[in-house]
Design a binder for this molecule. Structure first.
Ligand SMILES: Cc1cc2nc3c(=O)[nH]c(=O)nc-3n(C[C@H](O)[C@H](O)[C@H](O)COP(=O)(O)OP(=O)(O)OC[C@H]3O[C@@H](n4cnc5c(N)ncnc54)[C@H](O)[C@@H]3O)c2cc1C
Length: 346
């Protein structure tokens, strides 16, 4: 019987790539397979706002050289979806009916954009911003000096807003409970942060002051491409409407796997799920935080990368506990602007 362990990593984002690299270093004799629905090997989504600065070549968003995976003996399975996990037999099933056996599995499947139920019927009229193609589509739809309406906010949307303003576009933010997600802003601090966004050049409308969003429509020919109607009857016109309401973990394939799930995959401080052969890292997992007596999501590039590395070290036996490495507080800078530590990545 072979003693070479097969480590399978699901997901090729920051967490998955860091984990695969660490597994390769710490367990040189092992097989490492990375499975991802993504068509691009590993691109830098933090840099996607650059498409509004004219950067349209996907190769310039790719992080590793083409031969990286071959040189590091990481079998990369792109455009491949995991649909189920059978933890009793330590196998996983791919959408095209292939079954893969693993000794250890790391789930780093990240999260997708969350869209509140009441807005889901308007999805075709909105522009997402999750991947390279989304970014190109919205850049194509937004003319020079055009008007982008951002719903919700969140730190990804606010980061994009900074670039849009810098590139000569107008931005209106329809604010609500998700505006500073994932930061927790106390109610008494919120007006100060909203005022700071306005100082940065963002026009802010509190959705609640207009009774909430009633609907989105496509403008007739000659009118603005999109109109947003509020429940008080007022309207807002723009070129694109983009939802930014935070994220929701991508873990459908883990239902029935035996690993416990709350909103994310639940892991202990060593990032192991309730199944002994399955670990998780990144946006998909909630980590047990003893001091708060609850499972917590940790966000930000630096935290996500550290989670990938820690999970891999623990898979090979390190037995170390998670310590967040990034401060999660939203900052008001001395010149009165909003700054999120999640906008710092390197
Ligand atoms: C446009 C954009 C900009 C962002 N900007 C910032 C920023 O400036 N600062 C910041 O801190 N955060 C930012 N974020 C959030 C940040 O991207 C995430 O926190 C981080 O990428 C999470 O990494 P991850 O490895 O956990 O998951 P992801 O990067 O989401 O990767 C998940 C991977 O899992 C794969 N996958 C999912 N389901 C399956 C399946 N069933 N089978 C196989 N593969 C699967 C996906 O294809 C993908 O490769 C941004 C996010 C977006 C969308």
């Amino acid at each position: 019987m072979s003693t070479v362990r097969h480590h399978v990593v699901i997901g090729s984002g920051v967490a998955g790539n860091q984990a695969a690299e660490t597994l390769r270093q710490q367990d040189p004799a092992s097989r490492v397979t990375m499975i991802t629905t993504s068509r691009l090997p590993f691109f830098n989504r933090y840099d996607l706002p650059r498409v509004f600065r004219g950067e349209r070549d996907w190769r310039n968003f790719i992080i590793y050289p083409a031969d990286y995976y071959r040189k590091n003996r990481i079998a990369l399975r792109r455009a491949t979806k995991v649909v189920a996990v059978d933890s009793a037999n330590r196998t996983l099933s791919l959408e095209h009916k292939e079954t893969i056996a693993y000794d250890t599995m790391l789930v780093a499947s990240g999260a997708g954009a969350y869209l509140p139920e009441e807005l889901s019927e308007f999805r075709p009229l909105m522009h997402g911003f999750g991947g390279f193609k989304d970014a190109i589509r919205v850049a194509d739809a937004l003319p020079e000096g055009g008007h982008a309406i951002l719903l919700g906010g969140d730190t990804i949307g606010l980061d994009l807003a900074r670039t849009l303003l810098d590139t000569g576009h107008r931005v209106t933010l329809v604010a609500g409970p998700h505006t500073f997600w994932p930061h927790e802003v106390a109610p008494e601090a919120r007006p100060g942060f909203i005022a700071a966004l306005e100082r940065m050049g963002i026009a802010v409308i509190e959705a609640a002051n207009r009774g909430g969003i009633a609907g989105i429509a496509q403008g007739a020919q000659g009118l603005s491409p999109r109109s947003l109607t509020f429940r008080d009857g007022s309207e807002l016109h723009g070129d694109v409407v983009m939802p930014f309401f935070g994220i929701t973990p991508s873990l459908d394939f883990m239902l029935g796997s035996g690993a416990d799930i709350e909103r994310g995959l639940l892991v202990n401080p060593e990032l192991r799920t309730t199944n002994e052969a399955i670990w998780a890292a990144g946006d998909v997992c909630q980590i047990w935080t003893a001091s708060a007596r609850r499972y917590t999501f940790y966000h930000g590039w630096k935290n996500v990368r550290a989670m990938g590395e820690l999970a891999a070290r623990n898979i090979v036996g390190a037995g170390e506990a998670w310590v967040p490495i990034q401060d999660e507080s939203l900052i008001l800078t001395p010149d009165g602007r909003v700054h999120s530590p999640f906008w710092e990545y390197q």
